[in-house]
Design a protein around this ligand. Structure first.
Ligand code: C2E
Ligand code: MG
Ligand code: MG
Length: 637
């Protein structure tokens, strides 16, 4: 124990112990006089109840302070807690001392000569200041002591019993010079000290789990939860005060190959370095978030030109490169900037605009900063309203499959159907399905939509009335959905739940993003294929699909994109492409479907080429299941 004093009244640890022992005997009677054991017990219960119902730390510590003051009528308690992030003491619980005292000590940095509490937090040892007017520890705080009638003080640290870290400081202030009789206080105060430790430990645990829930483990940057928690308030504050605020959406360019080359562990090291560079350059940011994988969002308290200049500096910092496995990795980013105005003053919209601007930067080749303008704002607004309508559609079952027949060109009969997403909601009906899908892919709604569509198809094929007469149903699945952890299992679960025969279902892979032919996507496709589902590669000729895809992934069907079929018989290159894909498919043992057949001329050209399967308005548009069933019955007759 540190006994800080300039005078000779210092108590040695031994003297203190002896004093405690001597006085312990009379403690019971003393307790009786000052605070009855029943009252103490009741007080303790009150405090523990506060802890149990997660009352604020200040409220709990103030209850403890008041309870301690009941026990020691001339003493004023001050309980401070230590903020490990800012490394300062925060005003905690007070009884007699007024708010102004709490404000005066708020944010105190632990250190030598910081009064008894600040010094105690620094040394982590109890401290008694016998006379604060004479004690060098208090030299800078004599005025404060005079203001609040403090003459002597006793401070003891609150230590986390589990890891020895500092939780706070329990301080007792007296209006008179410390006398040795007060040693009994120290012993008696253990009860309150212990309560304060419990409350502070609980608070620290909550802070820790809150931190983990709101921060990214690898970079220490905030995560989406923190953005949701704090972003709106930052925007509202800027809007109401008219202060500048620019959102920077930062998306690393072509990062996927880096991840593939280095693997996850090393990539995390790169991310940590990137985050450090961002944190240093964007140190004025009010919020810096790792938004999603290789996307970051910074809330900059700057007007647009300054924000742009800062991002240019960040681009220069990044251009230095990153050392990894004896390589100097060059990483660039695309950045979208947006701010609020009278039309756009909510976080959601500002974020969507920044994202939209980033998308433009990417489309222009990356390594670029784009400022969101009115056109982008309009586009962003339309996306947002689509997103909201989709949300409603998902909740209200307004999303349903319509079935379009896939024809056997030789027999002229349907071979199967493709389930296409249709919306029964009047407003959304006007939006092209492809636009809906694009928004759903961005927002992640595609997972729920995809599952809904698959479940509906399962229900149709398992329906005992067999509306589609034993024919198969193709369901579209986007790469984004396929790559999501858990999708494969959900699909298999749906098959089992509805009792649908997997051989009657085919998944058409729509390629909105690149599918890694060796990684998780391949594993998912393999698993689904092994479960008996057929797989089709949709819109062949337009996406990223390469011959390698056909070699390494277990497709059964290729669907030639309608843009080629449309030109058949009119464009030699389109003819050549259709012929080549057909030959390729046949050589690989795959079925080849021509999509978008509208005219008898196209049909003739296709059959002349040797196509055996086709789909298009020539036969029928997509129909609700009952109509499809009727169509099928009529077409067989
Ligand atoms: P897709 O899978 O290639 O589907 C064929 C699209 O071509 C459908 O458009 C269909 O209505 C249209 N189509 C069929 N025959 C003809 C024709 O003769 N002429 C013309 N001009 N068009 C024809 P739709 O329903 O608007 O769907 C567009 C795309 O949206 C689909 O292309 C597919 O990529 C995607 N999609 C539709 N439903 C879903 C779904 O449930 N999940 C996912 N992930 N994507 C879906
Ligand atoms: Mg399709
Ligand atoms: Mg297609």
């Amino acid at each position: 124990m540190n006994l800080s004093t300039n005078s000779n009244i210092a108590l040695s640890p031994k003297a203190l112990r002896d004093g405690q022992n001597r006085l312990r005997a009379s403690l019971e009677s003393l307790k009786g006089r000052l605070l009855s054991p029943e009252a103490l017990l009741q007080g303790q219960q009150r405090v523990l109840e506060l802890v149990a119902r997660n009352a604020s730390l200040k409220e709990t510590l103030s209850e403890i302070a008041r309870l301690a003051e009941e026990a020691f009528p001339d003493m004023s308690a001050s309980i401070l807690y230590f903020d490990p992030v800012a490394q300062v003491l925060r005003a905690g619980g007070y009884g007699r001392l007024p708010n102004s005292f709490a404000e005066a000590v708020e944010g105190m940095v632990p250190g030598p000569n910081m009064g008894s509490c600040g010094t105690c937090a620094f040394t982590r040892e109890p401290i008694i200041s016998v006379d604060v007017f004479e004690d060098p520890l208090w030299i800078d705080f004599v005025g404060l002591c005079k203001d609040y009638g403090i003459r002597s003080a006793w401070s003891t640290p609150l230590i986390d019993g589990r890891d020895g870290s500092l939780l706070g400081v329990f301080g007792m202030y007296y209006p008179t010079i410390w006398s040795s009789e007060r040693a009994v206080d120290i012993s008696f105060a253990q009860d309150f000290h212990q309560l304060a430790t419990i409350a502070a430990e609980r608070h620290r645990d909550e802070e820790r789990s809150r931190y983990l829930a709101t921060h990214d483990a690898y970079t220490g940057l905030g995560n989406r939860n923190l953005l949701i928690e704090q972003g709106e308030a930052l925007v509202n504050r800027a809007v109401s005060t008219g202060s500048p605020l620019t959102l920077a959406f930062i998306d690393l360019d072509r990062f996927k190959p880096v991840r593939q080359q280095f693997g996850h562990a090393q990539t995390d090291v790169i991310f940590a370095q990137i985050a450090t560079r961002m944190r240093e350059r964007l140190n004025c940011a009010e919020l810096l978030i790792r938004f999603d994988g290789d996307e970051f969002v910074a809330f900059l308290p700057l007007a647009m030109p300054d924000a742009k200049a800062l991002m240019v500096e960040l681009a220069k910092d990044m251009a230095i490169g990153f050392e990894m496995a004896e390589l100097n990795l060059q990483i660039t980013f695309s950045c979208g900037l947006s701010t609020y105005d009278h039309d756009t003053s909510d976080l959601d919209m500002i974020l969507i605009m920044a994202d939209e601007a980033t998308r433009v930067a990417k489309q222009l080749g990356g390594d670029m900063i784009v400022i969101a303008d009115q056109t982008l704002a309009a586009r962003a607004k339309s996306r947002r309203s689509i997103r909201k309508m989709l949300e409603v559609a998902l909740e209200t079952d307004a999303i349903q499959p319509f079935y379009q027949p896939i024809m056997n060109l030789t027999t002229g009969r349907a071979k199967g159907f493709e389930a296409l997403m249709r919306i029964t909601d009047e407003k959304l009906k006007t939006v092209p399905i492809q636009d809906l899908i694009a928004v759903a892919e961005e927002t992640g709604q595609i997972h729920r939509i995809g599952l809904k569509m698959f479940e509906a198809a399962c229900k149709t094929v398992a329906d005992p009335s067999d509306p589609l007469k034993g024919l198969s149903v193709n369901v579209n699945i986007s790469v984004a959905q396929l790559l999501k952890v858990g999708t494969t299992q959900q699909i298999l679960d749906s098959l089992a739940r509805f009792g649908a025969d997997p051989a009657r279902l085919c998944l058409e892979l729509t390629e909105s993003q690149w599918l890694d032919g060796d990684g998780a996507g391949r594993r998912a496709l393999m698993e689904l294929h092994d479960a008996g589902l057929k797989l089709a590669l949709d819109d062949f000729g337009t996406g990223y699909a390469s011959l390698n895809y056909l070699r390494s992934l277990p497709f059964d069907i290729i669907k030639v994109d309608q843009s080629f079929v449309k030109l058949i018989g009119q464009d030699r290159q389109a003819d050549a492409l259709c012929e080549t894909v057909l030959a390729l498919g046949k050589a690989c043992g795959l079925d080849v479907v021509a999509e978008g057949v509208e005219t008898p001329e196209q049909l003739k050209a296709l059959t002349d080429m040797g196509f055996e399967l086709g789909q298009g308005y020539l036969w029928s548009k997509a129909m609700p299941v009952d109509m499809a069933s009727k169509w099928l019955t009529e077409s067989i007759q």
